[in-house]
Ligand binder design. Structure first.
Ligand SMILES: [Ca+2]
Length: 436
């Protein structure tokens, strides 16, 4: 708005100046002529004097107006100058702003770097403590290494010394422990025997009593020191430890038991010697005990229950759950099963469920290779994850939730049984036959 007014005033001033100057150019020569005012001015063509008078009359006012215009123009000019200066200032500011822009970038970068440095510093501090820990570990490992090297050196030295075998193995041999006893062996201990069909002798623990009875021991449990969860090959070859004092747990091995029990002309008695956690002992004997060849999965057979105060658990047991209980828990005629070889009569795998190798049916009433429980009575909770009765069981003495403390399975030729210990059955039939 101001600019518009200034422009219009400027325009007016220019016009007036032009008009005045052009008019004065004609009137100046006759300024000294006295002119008579003509009230009729305007009705006629004005004379030179009339025009001059008229100008004289209105000049002061025009001067004032011109002066006003001049002031206004000066003001506008001043404002314009101010605006221009401001413009220059803004421009310069803008330029200087632009010039300072890179500095801001550097500042930002600097801040970022500072943050990074702080972050790295924190990281370094935390890593430093980790490094200290690792250094400690390294030192401990170094010390351990030194100790191990010392131990290795000591062992190496000991290995160079002559080997001293502290296990006494008796010199007498035979086809079984009874023959060993018949040959004059008087003490229990480790002997090499070679059954008729065995390709080579193998070590057994012979239990020889004062009457000259020689029991060949095929299984021993006494403290749970040996894990009886083994596979087919381990049960075939045998596992555990044979000790000259007889105080160790083992399974002689199915192949050896097979070779031992199937010798021609020697009918064997299998005796189960059992001890519970009250220290009470009982036994159960089976006549004509045999274990078949591996081709028949080491099948168990016997002619009959020969006697004993522990009861005939091998014949199965009526648990009162199903009429077929007894039939499906009997063991005579069962093949051997291990967790990895299922030869049982059960849809599932008894040996796998119970973690043992045994002549499983569906599954058992006798189970002397079961899990060792330290206090006798155990529960389905204890038998997790399967929850089945998997202890060392002889149900005709203690029920299936009672695990026996000690067991020994041993064989002897049946003709020795009359002097090996009084039995309820078969004593008369087989007694007095003499040594074989
Ligand atoms: Ca099965």
């Amino acid at each position: 708005m101001l600019l518009f007014r200034a422009k219009s005033l400027l325009y007016t001033k220019s016009l007036l100046l032009f008009f005045i100057s052009s008019t004065l150019a004609y009137s100046l020569p006759s300024l000294d002529i006295s002119c008579s005012p003509d009230p009729e001015f305007g009705q006629y063509c004005p004379t030179t004097c009339g025009i001059a008078d008229y100008l004289q009359k209105y000049k002061p006012e025009a001067d004032r107006e011109l002066s006003f215009l001049e002031n206004t123009l000066n003001q506008i000019s001043n404002l314009t100058t101010g605006a221009h200066e401001k413009g220059i200032y803004i421009k310069e500011s803008s330029l200087s702003g632009r010039k300072s822009a890179p500095q801001e970038v550097y500042l930002r970068k600097s801040n970022t770097m500072l943050e990074d440095i702080l972050r790295f510093e924190k990281s370094i501090i935390s890593q430093e403590s980790q490094m200290y820990e690792l250094q400690d570990l390294l030192r401990a490992n170094d010390q351990r290494m030194v100790q191990l090297k010392q131990m290795a050196a000591q062992l190496e030295q000991r290995c160079q010394e002559p080997c001293k075998d502290t296990v006494t193995i008796q010199e007498i041999t035979g086809k079984d422990c009874q023959e060993v006893a018949n040959k004059g062996a008087k003490v229990s201990g480790l002997y090499f025997i070679k059954p008729t069909n065995a390709k080579q002798p193998f070590l057994v623990y012979c239990e020889i009593d004062i009457n000259g009875n020689g029991w060949t021991v095929i299984q021993k449990r006494q403290d749970g020191s040996v894990n009886f969860t083994k596979n087919w090959i381990q049960y075939r070859e045998g596992f555990g430890y044979l000790s000259p004092t007889g105080n160790s747990e083992f399974w002689l091995g199915n192949e050896k038991i097979h070779l031992l029990s199937t010798q021609a002309s020697v009918p064997y008695i299998l005796r189960m010697e059992l001890k519970d956690w009250n220290g009470q002992t009982k036994n159960a004997d089976y006549a004509m005990f045999k274990v078949g060849p591996e081709a028949d999965m080491y099948r168990l057979t016997y002619a009959y229950y020969f006697g004993g105060d522990a009861g005939d658990a091998f014949d199965g047991h009526d648990f009162g759950e199903d009429p077929s209980d007894k039939y499906f828990t009997s063991h005579n005629g069962m093949q051997f099963s291990t967790p990895d070889t299922d030869n049982d009569k059960y849809l599932g795998n008894c040996a796998q469920q119970d973690g043992s190798g045994w002549w499983m049916n569906r599954c058992h009433a006798a189970h002397l290779n079961g899990k060792y429980y330290q206090s006798g009575v155990y529960t389905a909770e204890d038998a997790q994850p399967t929850g089945f009765d998997n202890g060392i069981i002889w149900v005709t003495w203690h029920d299936r939730w009672y695990s026996l403390k000690e067991t020994t399975m041993k064989v002897i030729p049946i003709n020795r049984i009359n002097v090996a210990g009084g039995q309820q059955h078969g004593v008369k039939d087989f007694g007095g036959l003499g040594d074989i």
